[in-house]
Write a protein that binds this ligand. Structure first.
Ligand SMILES: Cc1cc2nc3c(=O)[nH]c(=O)nc-3n(C[C@H](O)[C@H](O)[C@H](O)COP(=O)(O)O)c2cc1C
Length: 321
């Protein structure tokens, strides 16, 4: 008999959800048929493997879901694991306002007759193995009876309440040259130009000092053997600017751009000392301290232009680290 756990005070539901959001998950659409035989389903990220032998998986369904009775009555259901290009579909099956979520959606009947959504990474057809009430949810355990892999795309990831692209795919985009330098530079000018203007208005002194500290670190780690430190310092330079702008949406976009930057510095951009651009990066910091938005944006423009000029014809063979 397990020891009773001591009462440690109420759990703040908002913080609980926020902390749960720190655990990145994939996203699936759980489907079955209602009494009329029509396909129904919902978006779910509580899917998990349970056992290998027998092959068991689970998902947990809100008791408040309009589909609770349907899944309780159903003898089978399917897990349709979404690819990153299916975020719109995830949004559709997460809505409680759409009567027929399958309208206009490509699907086929599986071996157990359960609806299988097309173009998913994988479709697992399950017979209901057990269902257990747990708080405000019911855990449905399924025994996998039939399964098929599908799209070779990357998974749709749900993290901190948002859909994310996987870093792996960014590396692949960078190494395959699908993110060309001109497009990335244009994005940098647009995104960090805006963030510098916001930082001139909103940044605290400590935030500006953090940006300057990153610049000092970049200058200190110029040797070919200091590439990892220079990558970290450069990423910190841009992420400090994104923090100083105090706009959460732009900061999230900047996170992706910083992931791209890390991949490009690690695998694509030439590894060489660039003392020639030190004054330009320092100019960005000077203008920030002076709250001179136009000056900061112009200095960033000049920094990117000169970084590229210096890189021209020097691009590293992506496979050669
Ligand atoms: C990314 C994501 C994951 C979700 N995961 C679950 C889940 O695991 N269990 C659940 O009951 N609802 C989950 N939901 C909410 C349901 O998708 C949503 O409440 C449901 O589709 C609304 O329809 P219903 O009221 O008919 O259930 C999730 C929503 C999103 C956007």
């Amino acid at each position: 008999m397990s020891q009773p756990t001591p009462q440690l005070g109420a759990i703040d539901p908002k913080l609980f959800r926020q902390l749960l959001g720190c655990f990145p998950t994939g996203v699936a659409i759980i489907t079955t048929r209602n009494e009329q035989g029509q396909p129904v389903g919902l978006t779910c990220n509580s899917f998990s493997s349970v056992s290998l032998e027998p092959p068991l998986v689970l998902f947990s369904l809100r008791k408040a879901s309009t589909l609770l009775d349907t899944f309780t009555a159903a003898g089978s259901f399917a897990i349709n694991i979404l690819s990153q290009s299916q975020d719109a579909l995830s949004g559709r099956f997460a809505s409680s306002k759409i009567a027929d979520k399958f309208e206009g959606v490509a699907w086929r009947a599986g071996r157990l007759g359960t609806p299988l959504v097309d173009d998913c990474l994988a479709n697992l057809e399950c017979g209901v193995y057990a269902a257990h009430e747990a708080g405000d949810h019911v855990i449905f355990i399924g025994e996998v009876k039939h399964m098929a892999g599908g799209s070779a795309d990357h998974a749709l990831v749900f993290y901190k309440g948002a859909y994310m692209m996987l870093a792996e795919s960014l590396r692949k985009l960078v190494l395959d040259g699908k993110l060309d330098t001109a497009a990335i530079d244009e994005a940098y000018r647009a995104l960090y130009g805006t963030l510098l203007r916001l930082a001139c208005e909103r940044a605290s002194q400590a935030e500006l000092d953090a940006i300057e500290a990153a610049v000092t670190e970049i200058e200190q780690h110029q040797g070919a053997d200091a590439l990892p430190q220079r990558i970290d310092a450069t990423a910190r330079f841009f992420s400090s600017i994104s923090l100083a702008g105090h706009n959460e949406a732009l900061r999230l976009m900047a996170q992706t751009m910083t992931a791209v930057l890390r991949e490009r510095m690690a695998y694509v951009l030439p590894v060489r000392r660039r003392p020639d651009v030190f004054p330009l990066r320092r100019k960005v910091v000077q203008c920030l301290h002076a709250r001179d938005a136009d000056g900061a944006v112009m200095a960033l423009d000049a920094l990117i232009t000169n970084l590229r000029k210096g890189d021209a014809g020097q691009a590293r063979d992506p496979v050669m680290r």
